[in-house]
Design a protein around this ligand. Sequence first.
Ligand code: SF4
Ligand code: MSK
Length: 625
Amino acid sequence: MGAEKLNIDGLTIWDDAKQMLRKAEQEGIETAWDRLQQQTPHCKFGESGVCCRLCTMGPCRISKKSVRGVCGADADVIVARNFGRFVAGGSAGHSDHGRDCIEALHAVAQGETDDYTIKDRDKLYRIAEEVGVPTEGKEPLEVAGELAADFFENYGTTKGGLSFIGRVPEKRQKIWADLGITPRGVDREIAEMMHRTHMGCDNDAANTMLHAARTCLADGWAGSMIATEVSDILFGTPSPGKSQVNLGVLKKDQVNILVHGHNPIVSEKIMEAVNDPALIKLARDKGATGINLAGLCCTGNELMMRQGIPMAGNHLMTELAVITGAVELIVVDYQCIMPSLVQVGSCYHTKMVTTADKARFTGADHVKFEMNNGMEQAERVVRMAIDRFGMRDQARVEIPCEPVDIVTGFSNEALLQALGGTPEPLIEAIKAGKIRGAVGIVGCNNPKYKHDHCNVNLAKELIKKDILVLVTGCVTTAAGKAGLLLPGAIDQAGPGLQEICGALGIPPVVHMGSCVDNARILQLCALLANALGVDISDLPVAASSPEWYSEKAAAIGTYAVASGIYTHLGHPPNITGSEVVANLALSGLDDLVGACFLVEPDPFKAADLIDDRIKSKRTALGLEA
Ligand code: SF4
Ligand code: MSK
């Protein structure tokens, strides 16, 4: 437990979370909030980014007394190098996820698996044509094989360009070319970032930051974009449907299984297995009334977008979901999975199961998923969960609150379909000022903030100002719990947004998927810019990650800015120790790439500042602010 008693009411805006935090306190279970308290105050050198551990002449830390490390690197160089490596980690995460998706597509094409198939043939052919893979007279598996080969090329350097570069408006391509930041390949940019930041290489902070932008652009326009498009091809392109969110989606009388992580390759199979009549019968034989599958974080988003599986919670709800005492098993792939889940699970009967060799957790059972054993392993995992139902102590089970309904599934294809097949109605609504702009609110939770306070209030403030909000990642659950993902939420929107969303029957806050699906938002911005004949930076749009925590979120923010999208963060990355780097992020990039970061922890002030930016973009386009 933390040194001091936590003020639970101040930690989160949600009743389900507060109830579980009280239960954790009573049962002596430690959560992220306790550990944050133990870690506070944080090291100021680390927080400002001036601690360097890149060689063994150090570690060095920069202060007024010692302004250079042993090698002579100053604060600017050290901060830029640390930031470059930070976002390289995030880009690697998304992009390696994308690579796993391509491997699945390749395995399907080669006939190496019966567990996965092509669910969206139209999209397969459409994407193949788009990236220059000929399709005429070819069978789907042949096209899939050639498309997989094309996508693999995005990771190396042989091809000389990204498959989706044609989506990028010409003006934006020129900006990148002039700055020398056109991404050449995912792995190349990440490897070069590691090289540049080795002692004695890139010792010019601005130059390092430009390569950080290039590394992140490779993530946004290749690694993440490929992950999204291949997932749609393999598992179906999302279309609007209903689902539910919060801890109330857990069922007291059923075997509860949670899927957690990011990649749908494992979770889609788990979903099939829980619907297997033989396994449902087995669960009934063990005394449960059925098997209940719910999601956490982005694997949850993937399953919710495509299959309508309910979402138990976002990042800070993951430990609290286990504390309900009702979860038999958590099956994870990778990213954003707190190692503490093993310990919290061991306080109950909850088993954690890992599935990827690259993400193993001491104390968890490992059930390795490969391309040709997905279904078999999924059934094994579901059986493990059923076996644990009898170990549950029903006296310790507390499932707080009723679930909240949401509408999900807004891929760009679905959004365009809602608009009648063309972006024209959206463009007209923007021109008429009925939709004054659009903001993607994305990313995480961070226990340094009151959980979901900023995520929810920023969305509420923006829709009041007739700004359409698009959500992905862990903001989805926040918006859903607040009732903002329902068409009825237009009551909380301004009159213009009310009119347009009301006519289309869509919510004013639109769920577009998981973290990698921020690529959908990039694509939508590019589509609008191309339709208007302008650059992305000319559009009245912005991005925001109010409660971010991860390297991946920093990479997303950086590719958004480098793509011309003004981006709000609730708190800065660890760059405040360098004036050069901080000034570049907060203003200098505006001159270079037409967008920069805004840092503002208060969601109400942030909404006003984002609105000011949208006004200026509207005015520049000759539209009423
Ligand atoms: Fe210190 Fe330079 Fe080594 Fe960093 S690279 S630890 S600043 S000597
Ligand atoms: S899961 S990166 S906590 S959004 Fe994508 Fe959530 Fe952030 Fe992970």
